[in-house]
Design a protein around this ligand. Structure first.
Ligand code: G1P
Ligand code: ZN
Length: 540
């Protein structure tokens, strides 16, 4: 065992989803090692415990895995289970932690951020429940990175990750496992695979865009089991730089999928996932399902899926996610919790059995089957519901709006903004909040305005500063917050929402329907002048 002296790096504070930085930062000597040692020092159960290890295959994945294996052995872990070739999706790791009662999991991914040598890298720690470590743990890890003086490693040869099987490093056992088998079996247990196969036998055409990211092998295995034709999958081979693209399933970065779905005679069903396989988007022929609507549709129809046939205990969404889900909860007479942005906040509610399904506007949805969002799970939910209802995506969505009304929704992202300017926008809006109620902007009158804080109903922990929200009397609202996952400057997110009752006009253009709220946000905050931008970088 080697004891290596080191000094702290500034800024190793995990964000919304782990530590994310550019590859150039991560590859500095001792940078990864310091963070990994901080995890071992902060989670004593990892010593003598089982750890699940894998990543989305991006640049530096393979090197980081060897580093972590050596450090795990030197820190006394009993056993590490690694995905073949170092590949495991985020939902697959969550499932494996739970199956093997592991002490935790280490996920190497920067999710939807670009990869390659000039892209981003990331590392997330998931706890024994399979979910992202709670803030109390990530705070501890961060504190440790700030006073670290040494880390432990071994002098040993790299492990061959290309073949499944057993080996060892010092006294630690290593098992290289099939990356997809357990995940696919879990999906078979949740869904009616025969009914979904029936859709493909009857001629349903599919286009699944794996964006050259981790879901490729998972989708290949699952869609083969379902009998979908092989050409249903595009960009299915994972690449260290994701083929030069952004593995973020939105209309901008999944343009190839959108073009196919909106072409004459396009496929009946389209979907995509992100870098590490936890996000999803769903499209029908000529129609895109906004992620907030998607979660609501899944909740409203979950009883048609074998795993949820006995009903749902409760629902939860992140605060900026549209309130379409709340309407479903109301009808089902079950609670709907509003949590801060980030999957970690759903963990306690899921563990306590208070909720069955949850989701975020950022293309994340999942259930209590694991403790992460799950891209392919959401795709299979849609397919199972389509099979049970014998209806197209478009028909299901129209029916949903006609029952519950429609929440017009969009997110405008201003990326790589100068950090100080973005902070000024937030400070200015926060200072304006108390005086906003009753003020009129265009046709909207402010009802309430606040800085969202959350008290976890289970452990009573309080999370403050989770986004500034301005709610109008019409029920419309906008929310502003700064991203916790970006790596260049600051990303300012503006979330916009307007409710149209079922009796109203349900087929408006989304941006046009939101124009009044967009102007009100502009007028109230003056943010575009402050950040010197005239238009968003991305609209989703
Ligand atoms: C973004 C999303 C958030 C999601 C996170 C990790 O975080 O907005 O919903 O949980 O990525 O995938 P943000 O960059 O907004 O902090
Ligand atoms: Zn992701």
């Amino acid at each position: 065992m080697k004891k290596i002296s080191t000094t702290p790096f500034q800024g190793q504070k995990p964000g919304t989803s782990g530590l994310r930085k550019t590859v150039s930062i991560f590859t500095q000597a001792h940078y990864l090692e310091n963070f990994v040692q901080a995890i071992f020092d902060s989670v004593p159960a990892l010593k003598d415990g089982v750890i699940i290890l894998g990543g989305d295959g991006r640049y530096y994945n393979d090197i980081a895995i060897q580093t972590i294996l050596r450090m795990a052995a030197a820190n006394g872990a009993a056993r590490v289970m690694v995905g073949k070739n170092g590949i495991l999706s985020t939902p697959a790791i969550s499932a494996l932690i739970r199956k093997h009662k592991a002490a935790g999991g280490i996920i190497l991914s920067a999710s939807h951020n670009p990869g390659g040598i000039n892209g981003d890298f990331g590392i997330k720690f998931n706890s024994a429940n399979g979910g992202p470590a709670a803030e109390i743990i990530t705070d501890k890890i961060y504190a440790r990175t700030q006073n670290i003086t040494q880390y432990f490693s071994l002098d040993t040869l790299p492990i061959d990750l290309t073949k499944c099987g057993f080996s060892n490093m010092s006294s630690m056992d290593i098992e290289i496992i099939d990356s997809t088998a357990h995940y696919s079996e879990m999906m078979e247990g949740l869904f009616d695979f025969d009914a979904i196969s029936g859709l493909f036998n009857a001629g349903l055409s599919l286009c699944f865009d794996a964006m050259h990211a981790v879901t490729g092998p998972y989708a290949l295995d699952i869609f083969a089991r379902l009998g979908a034709s092989k050409d249903s999958l595009i960009n299915a081979v994972p690449l260290p730089d994701f083929g030069g693209g952004h593995p973020d399933p939105n209309p901008v970065y999944a343009a190839e999928l959108f073009t196919r779905m909106f072409a004459p005679n396009g496929p009946d069903f389209g979907a995509a996932s992100d870098g590490d396989g936890d996000r999803n988007i769903v499209l029908g022929r000529d129609i895109y399902v906004s992620p907030s609507d998607s979660i609501a549709v899944l909740a409203a129809n979950a009883h048609l899926v074998p795993a949820y046939k006995d009903g749902l205990k409760g629902l939860a969404r992140s605060m900026p996610t549209s309130r379409a889900l709340d309407k479903v909860a109301e009808k089902l007479a079950i609670p709907c919790y509003e949590t801060p942005t980030g999957w970690k906040f759903f963990g306690n509610l899921l563990d306590a059995g208070r909720i069955t399904l949850c989701g975020e506007e950022s293309a994340g949805a999942s259930s209590n089957h694991i403790r992460e969002k799950d891209g392919l799970w959401a795709v299979l939910m849609w397919l199972n519901i389509m099979a049970a209802r014998e209806q197209s995506v478009s028909r299901i969505l129209q029916d949903h709006w006609q029952t519950y009304g429609r929440h017009y929704y969009s997110r405008h992202d201003y990326e790589a903004v100068e950090t100080q300017k973005a902070k000024t926008v937030m400070q200015k809006l926060e200072s304006l909040l108390p005086a906003l109620p009753e003020q009129i902007f265009g046709t909207e009158t402010v009802l309430s305005a606040d800085n969202f804080a959350y008290t976890d109903p289970i452990d009573k922990s309080v999370s403050k500063n989770q986004g500034l929200r301005v709610i109008f009397k019409s029920g419309s609202r906008f929310v502003m917050r700064l991203s916790g996952t970006g790596t260049v400057g600051a990303t300012l997110r503006l979330y916009l929402e307007r409710y149209e009752p079922a009796s109203g006009d349900l087929s408006q253009d989304v941006q046009a329907a939101l124009s009044g709220i967009i102007s009100a946000a502009d007028e109230i905050t003056g943010f575009k002048t402050i950040i010197e931008r005239s238009a968003p970088s991305t609209i989703s």
